[in-house]
Design a protein around this ligand. Structure first.
Ligand SMILES: [Zn+2]
Length: 322
């Protein structure tokens, strides 16, 4: 069997539970993929051996030899030294100064690139996704926390030292919410999915008459980020207040990012993005009214990410530039 593409890239999305491995073509479309369990309690050498051998097998099964592989991109959680291909620290997989690129090159003797998974997701949306064709983009994930990445001139902005930006930890509200980073009132404490869920739970607890109860099956344990959006859509007063507050905080954070970087586009990722226009329409109106310079300057559009479940593989593969 011979693969149809003359050159391919391998993208590896390293996660705490599983490792997704994919082959992409020169336009970053996934042509084959597989997944293995991380089983992070093993020595890191074993995890990386498993990762490397599975990638080589996937290439062979699809008719590609290593000579056709332009390179391997790996997206890792945690703090990453991209220059030296090292995972400095990752909470999710309990890694401390792991020389991932060196170790992986034992099995995959091709150029290997490593970066933080949020940075990868940002670049992935630029090479194939909501920011395609943009030279400058900001990416914000709204999940358990708020993460993100900044792309400047088509490249991940990492600052003077590898590591990139922490967009979730810019100051936002004024309620004195303690953040996991040790500071108070970070954007993450107002704009993450976790924050919205916690706010919805306290709102429901104070308002037994609210639609929120019906929508979460009368148990706060079932509360998720969709419930307050659905309540607001249904005209519920509590839902409306929750979403108004949520969007205002998120918009303020986005405006700060826009005022600092003035990207072409701001891409939102994470589960909350399933809200689509319910999320982006009010945010775009807020930006138009409140971005510095108003109508005389360029106001970046807020859009939702397009790579969805493929974001990990495409983002990692995007580290290998064609
Ligand atoms: Zn913080």
């Amino acid at each position: 069997m011979t693969g149809k593409e003359s050159k391919v890239i391998v993208g590896i999305d390293l996660g705490g539970t599983s490792i997704k491995i994919g082959i992409v073509n020169m336009t970053y479309e996934i042509i084959a993929q597989t997944s293995i369990s991380t089983n992070a309690v093993r020595p890191y050498e074993e995890v990386i051996e498993d990762m490397g051998k599975t990638a080589v097998k996937l290439l062979a099964e699809n008719g590609y030899d290593l000579g056709q592989c332009l390179g391997v991109g790996v997206g890792s959680p945690g703090t990453v030294d991209s220059e030296n291909g090292m995972v400095l620290y990752s909470n999710n997989i309990c890694w401390d100064h792991v020389p991932l690129a060196d170790e992986l090159s034992k099995y995959l003797p091709v150029p290997i690139y490593l970066n933080n998974d949020a940075n990868c997701a940002a670049l992935g949306e630029v090479v194939k996704g909501a920011a395609k064709g943009c030279q400058n983009a900001a990416f914000l994930t709204l999940g358990t926390g708020v993460g993100g990445g900044i792309i400047i001139n088509g490249k991940i902005f990492e600052g003077g030292y590898p590591g990139g930006v922490e967009l979730g930890h810019i100051t936002n509200g004024s309620e004195g919410r303690k953040c996991t980073c040790g500071r108070y009132d970070c954007l993450e404490t107002y704009a993450s999915a976790t924050a919205l869920i916690n706010d919805a739970k306290s709102m429901a607890a104070q308002h037994p008459e609210s639609e929120l109860w019906e929508l979460c099956g009368h148990s706060l344990d079932n509360m998720n980020a969709k419930v307050p959006f659905d309540a607001a859509q249904a005209g519920d007063a509590c839902g409306k207040i929750l979403i108004e507050n949520y969007l205002r905080h998120l918009a303020d954070g986005i405006i700060d990012i826009a005022n600092i970087f003035r990207p072409d586009v701001i891409v939102l990722g994470g589960g909350v993005c399933a809200q689509g226009a319910n999320l982006t329409d009010p945010l775009n109106s807020y930006l138009e009214e409140n971005c510095f310079g108003g109508s005389v300057s360029y106001i970046p559009r807020v859009v939702t990410a397009q790579n969805g479940n493929d974001a990990g593989i495409i983002g990692a593969a995007s580290l290998v530039q064609v």
